[in-house]
Design a binder for this molecule. Structure first.
Ligand SMILES: C[S@@+](CC[C@H](N)C(=O)[O-])C[C@H]1O[C@@H](n2cnc3c(N)ncnc32)[C@H](O)[C@@H]1O
Length: 212
């Protein structure tokens, strides 16, 4: 019997992975472990790990089906610089990577950056707050938090397509929605994360880079 293929597909990952990689190559510290929060299908994880050979990629997701997909993509790709996915819900007061066991196996290559793509608008605001709190606890001084997604700027949508997307998200869950960049920056600041740079990305998205 052939094992079930649990790989999931998110078509947007193929469109946005190269522009995101371009930014990651500029902003990530040279080597160390990159903790990916909300890895989803795992397509980004295997792609970025294959391109960032000096780093070790640590994918995570709160959803067990996503973690099964990440495992399947990792097996399919055969990457060596990627850890098995961990269960991690950003709203937890202590993240799985902070437990003694995981901290110990991360000793040789500590977490130097956190990457979070397309999550904070598809989860309650509490998830954004949890993300910032965890990044503030875990990142060393000089560590990087990278966010990607659509954002309002100055309280306004930056494109009609983002406004329509926001409405679509809120119809699915009133706690979801495109976040205002100023609110995200303020939440980060409260956890000692300073906005370093924003980059305009294709399809009216932003890359937002913070430094601990
Ligand atoms: C739209 S998907 C994005 C996945 C992937 N980063 C991508 O760009 O394809 C949102 C992901 O956020 C994860 N997620 C939602 N709430 C979360 C939370 N509180 N903690 C961790 N992950 C969460 C979901 O399980 C899902 O995999």
């Amino acid at each position: 019997m052939t094992p079930q293929d649990t790989r999931q597909y998110a078509p947007a990952t193929e469109r946005n992975r190269e522009p995101i990689l371009e930014i990651l190559l500029q902003v990530l510290p040279g080597s160390g472990t990159v903790l990916e929060i909300a890895s989803g299908t795992g397509e980004h994880a295997v792609y970025f790990a294959s391109k960032l050979k000096d780093s070790i990629w640590l994918p995570t997701d709160a959803n067990p089906q996503a973690r099964a997909s990440i495992i399947a993509w990792t097996e399919h790709f055969g990457c060596s610089n990627i850890y098995p996915p961990l269960e991690l819900d950003v709203r937890e007061p202590v993240w799985s990577v902070e437990t003694e066991t995981v901290s110990q196996w991360l000793n040789t290559s500590p977490i130097i950056a956190i990457v979070n793509i397309n999550m904070i608008h598809i989860s309650p605001w509490l998830a954004c707050l949890g993300l910032m709190a965890g990044a503030g606890r875990i990142l060393p001084v000089g560590g990087i938090l990278y966010l990607y997604g659509p954002f309002k700027q100055g309280g306004e949508h930056t494109a009609p397509s983002n406004a329509a997307f926001d409405e679509y998200l809120r119809a699915q869950n009133p706690e979801w929605g495109v976040r205002n960049l100023d609110d995200v920056v303020a939440a980060a600041k409260a956890e000692h994360l300073t906005l370093k740079q924003t980059y305009q990305m294709p399809a009216n998205n932003l890359s937002v880079v913070f430094e601990r």
